[in-house]
Design a protein around this ligand. Structure first.
Ligand code: PMP
Length: 359
């Protein structure tokens, strides 16, 4: 018999069971086509319809108007670290907010092409928080303001879009994409690897405002790296399987009530978990309370020597993926959209039991 763990993996992460089952059912014969969707031309009618549906659903969920373009890419968020400055900051200046490992990687790539102004950094406090607007210090000559909306490793998240000095926001939303509504008109470019909230690894979603395309680098460009080459056409073979699953994840989000409903559920799940962490000093959250992530709940045991036992026993109790990122240690429960509240409740019960037996 097949058995699913309470899966707290940071990514690739749990997907809705309904989506997996639907894909399983269709994998050998896609809706009577006699082949699966990953065995047919990406320019044929079947995939064309999948692509159309995914774009339509995503536009509906985010409220994207005609002034936005959607790209389905490969190369992960890591390629977007490069493509954003390649297109918009070659020989110019851009402002970056440094709130963790992924922000730093984005900054490193941006420096290859242009000047980078650091508008804020929480590196001094081991990235335990995100800034308030009053802490942001802009260059006054930037092309965009880049931020990481959710810091997967450190368990921090922006509550709202940061101030941007009138500039378009460029956002790495990999680990909270579609987890809540966003003020989309503030974004010039928003990108996310699919493998946390949206689908399998191998698909990256990029949302671009059209006025940005007019400003994109146009001379001496490499086609694969140039946003203008990619919009409105399938320049090369898209990540077919990723888009196919993504389309069903979008359908699932819509069936649950959309992004407002996701936000409510996510607040509820994270609330239950943080309440348990804050109950006494047996557990300790690592992020500043005001910056806590609803997606990646990072915590330690007061007695750090017990953490190994915690992870081992959690596995025996049917839970996976709770070990913190190797660069920070401790524990991390990733509770993206598809993580059911029942899994969070099971984790809380396990934490209570662990406190009873080891406290
Ligand atoms: N940004 C964030 C916020 C992430 O969490 C990750 C992956 N953990 C990345 C970027 C890197 O994504 P990819 O591996 O898809 O390039």
């Amino acid at each position: 018999k097949q058995k699913r763990a309470h899966n707290f993996s940071a990514g690739p992460a749990a997907l809705p069971l309904e989506v997996l089952q639907k894909a399983q059912e269709e994998l050998v014969d896609y809706q009577g086509a006699g082949a699966s969707i990953i065995e047919m031309s990406h320019r044929g009618p079947e995939y064309t319809e999948v692509d159309r549906q995914a774009r339509e659903r995503l536009s509906r969920l985010l409220g994207l108007g005609d002034d936005y373009e959607i790209l389905f890419y490969q190369g992960g968020a890591s390629l977007q670290f490069l493509m954003v400055p390649y297109n918009f900051n070659t020989g110019k200046t851009a402002d970056y907010i440094n709130t963790g490992t992924w922000s730093k990687k984005a900054i490193k790539e941006a420096k290859v092409f242009g000047d980078v102004h650091i508008a804020f950094s929480s590196e001094d406090s081991n990235f335990n928080r995100v800034p308030g607007d009053e802490e942001l210090n802009f260059s006054g000559k930037g092309e965009y303001v880049h931020f990481t909306s959710n810091n997967t490793i450190f368990g921090t998240q922006f509550r709202n879009e940061p101030a941007s000095d009138g500039l378009p926001l460029a956002c790495d939303a990999s680990s909270d994409f579609l987890s809540r509504p966003v003020d989309i008109n503030r974004y010039g470019v928003l990108y996310a690897g699919a493998q946390k909230n949206a689908g399998p690894a191998g698909l990256t979603i990029v949302i671009l405002r059209k006025d940005m395309l007019e400003k994109a680098r146009s001379e001496n460009v490499s086609s694969m790296l140039s946003y203008p080459t990619q919009v409105g056409t399938l320049f090369n073979t898209p990540p077919v399987f990723g888009v196919y699953i993504f389309n069903y994840v979008l359908e699932w989000i819509e069936s649950k009530g959309g992004l407002e409903a996701m936000d409510r559920l996510n607040q509820q799940k994270a609330g239950i978990l943080y309440d348990e962490i804050d109950r006494d000093d047996f557990y300790a959250g690592t992020a500043d309370k005001a910056s806590r992530s609803l997606m990646n709940v990072t915590f330690r045991l007061k007695d750090e020597a017990l953490e190994k036992t915690f992870i081992e026993e959690s596995k025996k109790a049917g839970m996976s993926g709770l070990k913190g990122h190797r660069s920070v240690g401790g524990m991390r429960a990733s509770i993206y959209n598809a993580c059911p509240q029942a899994s969070v409740e099971a984790l809380v019960e396990f934490m209570q039991e662990f406190r009873r037996t080891h406290g």
